[in-house]
Design a protein around this ligand. Structure first.
Ligand SMILES: [Zn+2]
Length: 463
């Protein structure tokens, strides 16, 4: 079974120019207008080598472009750091209807110029900007809700040494221009990407697929519960994909990682467990990669940890509490279906294209047949145990035992469950989820459920 669309990063030419050069050299390059590293999507097709000399791409204007005034910029001129990663100090996405048609400009203020690779993806339409590792010193919540319906951007770590910015476009987009504007006496260096509607409303597929934050698939080896009980803890989201966010900009990826570490600590303190995590830090991990890591480890149990949110302000006032999900290709209700859709969009949030993120329909039909009834029964058993243990610790959502088609839960031989700890959009849920005391309590409750479940499985496996 091909569970991963493994891609070798052959096309990717990430270079931090200023990173490795002396300050003087950078200054010379800037003066000469050479520190330009932007490539439109079509340039990705070109093989390794020097940057294209195409004036349409490698263009350094003498003055800042005369586009609309940014509406979410908090520009701040900082001293230029020559050593270490570049620092992003402001980001904005501005534009809309112009005389020449709709147009958006994404601008990123930087402590020094960087090399960038820019391409577009379809379904949903996104503009992806890959850069060497950046320190993001941006105001919390920047990129979300900035007044342009349907246009948002997110940023963060994509993989080791690489950062990514993903702009969600409301229409099929193409890159009109990418430029690295050098710093002046009054303004920092700025990476500017101009986005226009794609001709005919069709997003051109990247000539070379973008690099996946994944590794090639390993063959799945059948195994029985032997020796230590392998628990795979899966903290949702990470890196560029922040997941849900509270009013106070607390992000899901941080909360669930903290709870995951507490859970690992709780299980490590007990006998007989081999506890693994799909991510241990703030990194982006694709959904396929999470499944692959679980299968490669021969996990006896896979638990994905998330926190929920609702967009509707009226609903958000009342929606709270924990819910535990198992896999079902038919969702237990409409809310469960929508949640799975939202969680399954994590790959799109990270800037993976449709092929890498997996063909939804195809995967559905193949895996629905493969998932064993026994695995499903064990998943349901664990869900019940978990809900019983959570009840004294965390308020449960209405109808807390649910099922939906979560990608990470599609594992043929490993029982799986996904817990939504609570709602970040509910003030009280969000508040308690941030406290270490609550995080430890809920981790201990989850560990107790795992303990009971593992005890039963190990007892059944004994001759
Ligand atoms: Zn989530």
């Amino acid at each position: 079974m091909q569970i991963l669309a493994g891609c070798q990063p052959t096309h990717f030419r990430s270079r931090v120019i200023a990173h490795v050069l002396l300050a003087g050299v950078v200054a010379v390059l800037e003066a000469a207008g050479i520190v330009v590293a932007a490539r439109a999507q079509t340039e990705i097709a070109k093989s390794h080598g020097p940057l294209p000399a195409d004036p349409a791409v490698a263009e350094v204007p003498k003055s800042r472009p005369k586009v609309a005034v940014p509406d979410v910029v908090a520009p701040e001129v900082r001293p230029i750091a020559v050593e270490g990663p570049a620092v992003a100090t402001a980001a904005s996405l501005h534009g809309g209807a112009t005389a020449a048609g709709p147009r958006f400009v994404f601008a990123l203020s930087l402590s020094k110029p960087v090399d960038a690779s820019v391409f577009v993806l379809a379904n949903p339409s996104r503009v992806v900007i890959d850069v060497p590792h950046l320190d993001f010193a941006l105001p919390p919540g920047v990129g979300r809700s900035h007044g342009h319906a349907g246009w948002e951007f997110r940023y963060g770590v994509f993989s080791a040494g690489r950062s990514r910015i993903v702009i969600e476009a409301a229409w099929a987009a193409r890159i009109a221009r990418t430029q690295m504007v050098p710093a002046t006496a009054t303004s920092p260096a700025s990476l500017q990407v101009t986005i226009e509607p794609a001709p005919g409303g069709v997003v051109a597929a990247p000539a070379t697929p973008p690099v996946a934050a994944t590794a090639p698939a390993k063959p799945f080896v059948e195994r029985k519960v032997q020796g230590r009980f392998v628990v795979m803890i899966d903290p949702g989201h990470g890196g560029i994909d922040g997941g849900a966010m509270s009013q106070t900009h607390v992000v899901e990826k941080d909360i669930v990682l903290q709870v995951a570490h507490h859970l690992k600590a709780a299980l490590d303190g007990r006998h007989g467990y081999d506890v693994r995590m799909t991510r241990v830090g703030d990194t982006f991990v694709s959904l396929d990669r999470r499944v692959e890591v679980s299968q490669a480890a021969g996990a006896d149990l896979f638990i994905s940890i998330h926190a929920d949110s609702v967009g509707d302000a009226a609903v958000a006032r009342t929606a709270r509490g924990a819910t535990v999900y198992t896999l079902s290709e038919t969702a237990s209700n409409e809310a469960a279906r929508q949640l799975a859709e939202k969680e399954n969009a994590a790959d799109a949030a990270g800037g993976l294209d449709g092929a890498e993120a997996g063909d939804e329909g195809q995967v559905n039909s193949i895996l629905a047949d493969l998932v064993k009834r026994e695995t499903q029964n064990f998943s349901h058993e664990f869900r019940s145990l978990l809900i019983d243990r959570l009840r004294p610790t965390q308020m449960l959502g209405r109808d807390p035992s649910r099922a939906a088609a979560f990608k990470v839960l599609r594992q043929v031989q490993t029982p799986t469950a996904l817990v939504e700890l609570g709602f970040l959009t509910h003030e009280m849920d969000a508040q308690q989820m941030q406290t270490a005391a609550w995080q430890k309590r809920i981790a201990v409750a989850i560990a107790a459920a795992i303990d009971t479940y593992a005890g039963r499985r190990l007892a059944a496996a004994r001759p």
